[in-house]
Design a protein around this ligand. Structure first.
Ligand code: PLP
Length: 392
């Protein structure tokens, strides 16, 4: 890499894994769409033979993401779900995984309905108390899987303590770092062995790609993941890799602004008469505030809040917004709001939803890069609509 050692992460977002094209001097990396590569003779090539196995644009993205997470190895996939499935495909039938009880719904589904069929067992436990969580460890536990901050309640887990406890038992910890991004939290520095991302969210940041990646310093694991990537084939297209690389160039400035605006809105919501509760790690009253302050560089751009009333008010609120779109997903330049109980977390059984505290008045907000005053005005429009209607 041309970037000198010791460059800050803000610089690496723009340059890591990328150099001017030696053939033309082009400053922006060419997008190599080719599915295959000419060889000087059978097996004699410049590192690429077929794009499922390897592609220059994808290699640049993998190098960039690895650098940002402080990892030696990066392996990119066609979605966040494909990335986490690839990690599970390195396990064997009979292995057991300890999983946080409030992981992303799609993650839960892969454990519960996909890999379970092949004899990979999982237990879902509250990881906020590591001592109690590790009581669920078994002799065949091969992996601990966590997500922090979690979705939708933004619970914060102590990565360092969990990683140290798992390491003492010889078990690696995988952290889904999608909500924090390496700008705010670097799990490998805190002792985790594996970082997983849905690049669909903040890393790409423009809501126009579905993608994922795994980053690790474990060479043997990286080799197996490269094998799964090639053998199972859920690879991202070169064009999508280019879009994520392009998005990454502004990651540092975007995250700074996401955090700044989200903090202001969270504080405003916390004093709003129609808001029953605000979940935001940056607020002193949040359960994970102290851990977040220690392990994160900022509390992130996601806010979940509970409005008074319940389903009808939440629906009216969301329908009245004009800047904030009612949509799933997060981490884009545009603000998005959604209703976890009927949208992202609808597939959870109602009892499980209740147990996790996902109530009907809950709204999850992905704070975008719009003007903070405009966003507050839009949310106020939602509150007025939800609470001015006459009750019948
Ligand atoms: C979206 C998301 C995923 C899944 O990623 P896709 O790119 O949608 O497959 C996994 N984990 C978290 C935390 C997510 O937000």
């Amino acid at each position: 890499m041309r970037v000198p050692p010791g460059a800050s992460i803000e610089t690496l977002c723009i340059h890591a894994g990328q150099e001017p094209d030696p053939a033309s001097g082009a400053v922006m990396l060419p997008i190599v769409l080719s599915s295959t590569f000419a060889q000087d003779g059978p097996g004699v090539h410049k590192g690429f033979d077929y794009s499922r196995a390897g592609n220059p644009t994808r290699a640049a993205l993998e190098a960039c993401l690895a650098t940002l997470e402080g990892a030696q190895h990066g392996i990119a996939f066609g979605s966040g779900c494909a990335a986490l499935t690839a990690v599970l495909l390195t396990l064997r039938s009979g292995d057991h995984v300890l999983v946080g009880d409030d992981v992303y719904g799609g993650t839960f589904r892969i454990f519960d309905q996909v890999v379970a069929q092949f004899g990979i067992e999982s237990s879902f436990v509250d990881m906020s108390d590591p001592v109690r969580a590790f009581e669920a460890m078994r002799p065949n536990t091969r992996l601990v899987w966590i997500e922090t901050p979690s979705n939708p309640l933004l619970k914060v887990l102590d990565i360092e303590t969990l990683a140290a406890g798992a390491r003492a038992r010889g078990v690696p910890v995988a952290v889904d770092n999608t909500f924090a991004t390496p700008m705010l939290q670097r799990p490998l520095d805190l002792g985790a062995s594996i970082v997983v991302h849905s690049t669909t969210k903040y890393l790409n940041g423009h809501s126009d790609v579905v993608g994922g990646a795994v980053l690790t310093n474990d060479r043997a694991l990286a080799e197996r993941l490269h094998f799964v990537q090639k053998a199972a084939g859920s690879v991202p297209s070169p064009f999508d890799c280019y879009l994520v690389l392009r998005g990454l160039k502004t990651l540092a400035v975007r995250m700074k602004r996401h955090v700044e605006t989200a903090r202001g809105i969270a504080e405003w919501l916390a004093t709003h008469p129609r808001v029953a509760h605000v979940h935001y790690p940056g607020l002193p009253g949040h359960v994970g505030h102290a851990i977040a302050a220690r392990q994160m560089k900022g509390p992130g751009g996601m806010i979940t809040f509970e409005i008074e009333g319940a389903l009808a008010q939440a629906v009216t609120f969301l329908r009245a917004l004009r800047i904030v779109a009612c949509a799933e997903s997060l981490g884009g330049v545009e603000s998005l709001a959604e209703h976890p109980a009927t949208m992202t977390h609808a597939s959870l059984p109602p009892k499980a939803r209740q147990a996790l505290g996902i109530r009907d008045g809950l709204i999850r907000l992905s704070v975008g890069l719009e003007d903070a005053g405009d966003l507050r005005g839009d949310l106020e429009r939602g509150f007025r609509a939800a609470f001015e209607q006459t009750h019948v």
